[in-house]
Design a protein around this ligand. Structure first.
Ligand code: FEO
Length: 334
């Protein structure tokens, strides 16, 4: 009695307006039909309202929804809330206290009768099953929570344990190309959640006290056969565990800095050191950040441009700085 009503986004070039998603992304949402009906994740990005509402209506009349559960207020999950709120006229929205403030600020929804706030460990009964709410502030925004189906031991985890990549008709981790989704999961983590490593660690510790059979995130596949792989990935990345690897990130106008980058890479390889080389003029910082995250050493090479470091290299370095990437050796050359 759980239905997937999410959508694939294969038309947005840059997620959050920054990060390339050439293979798309999914906005997952779920309906649980019990004596009460609950819609988990609230909705999807507004651009996909028609498809989302069709998905919902193919399962159930929206006016019979009792609860719309918002784990996370970012508009990739709540863009459709204003539309759904009117259609599901008997539904109450469940969110955290801060989520309620955001709901009023973003969408002007502030009806105290219809917006219920929950705290950590609160639960609701749907009839034969109980949903428990686990607050996880900072994963990815401060209002965030997860929803746990105690009976089926399913964790609806919001952004946590999510990945880039459209699902293209498949849903579960044992149906998809696991290697691809773990790589896109790493890029998603570093790009989106990476700044919030402490909250991720707190959430992982908190989740150790509950039994989880299935993780149903808000992006990417549902983890039923390999859930430890995605938990381990998030755990390792949020601890800044690194590989013995040097990342050489350079930009070049006429090839001289590139010659230096090549020389350095060759010398490192001669010394049996694992090296990866990125031309920041061409490769988007999203990919460089993902590979930098678990490299032990990062070397930046840049020509001078208008009296400052060459902008493409500066941008890559700035993205690492803004994500508070740490526990690295950094070096510069030019
Ligand atoms: Fe998928 Fe932070 O929103």
């Amino acid at each position: 009695n759980i239905y997937y009503v999410g959508v694939d986004d294969r038309k947005t070039a840059l997620f959050e307006g920054i990060w390339p998603i050439p293979y798309g992304i999914s906005y997952n949402a779920y309906i649980i039909i019990d004596q009460k009906v609950a819609l988990i994740e609230g909705g999807v990005k507004i651009d996909f309202a028609r498809e989302f509402l069709n998905n919902v209506s193919s399962i159930i009349d929206p006016s019979t929804i009792d609860y719309i559960i918002i784990n996370h207020m970012e508009p990739d999950h709540t863009g459709t809330i204003p539309v759904l709120y009117n259609l599901a006229k008997n539904a109450k929205i469940i969110t955290t206290n801060l989520g309620k403030t955001m709901l009023a600020n973003f969408y002007g929804i502030s009806d105290n009768e219809r917006v219920i706030t929950v705290k950590d460990n609160d639960s609701i009964n749907l009839g034969t099953r109980e949903l428990k709410f686990i607050t996880t502030p900072g994963v990815h925004w401060p209002e965030t929570m997860m929803t746990y189906d105690k009976n089926l031991r399913i964790l609806f985890s919001g952004d946590a344990f999510g990945t880039y990549g459209a699902l293209n008709g498949k849903l579960f981790d044992d149906e998809i190309d696991l290697k691809f989704f773990l790589e896109e999961g790493k890029r998603y983590f570093t790009n989106i959640v990476g700044m919030y490593t402490k909250p991720v660690q707190s959430a992982i510790s908190k989740l150790k006290s509950i039994d989880i059979d299935i993780i149903a995130p808000a992006h990417g596949p549902i983890w039923r056969s390999n859930k430890n792989k995605i938990i381990d990935l998030y755990d390792k990345l949020s601890k800044y565990e690194s590989e013995p690897r040097v990342l050489v990130v350079y930009g070049t106008m006429y090839g001289f800095t590139e010659e230096l980058a090549g020389y350095i890479a060759k010398k490192l390889v001669d010394n049996k050191i694992n090296v990866r080389v990125y031309n920041a003029d061409i490769i988007h910082p999203s990919y460089i950040l993902s590979d930098a995250w678990d490299s032990r050493v990062i070397l930046f090479g840049a020509p001078t441009y208008d009296g400052a470091p060459f902008p493409p290299v500066y941008y890559s370095a700035y993205i690492m700085f803004s994500k508070k990437l740490k526990n690295k050796y950094f070096g510069i050359f030019g």
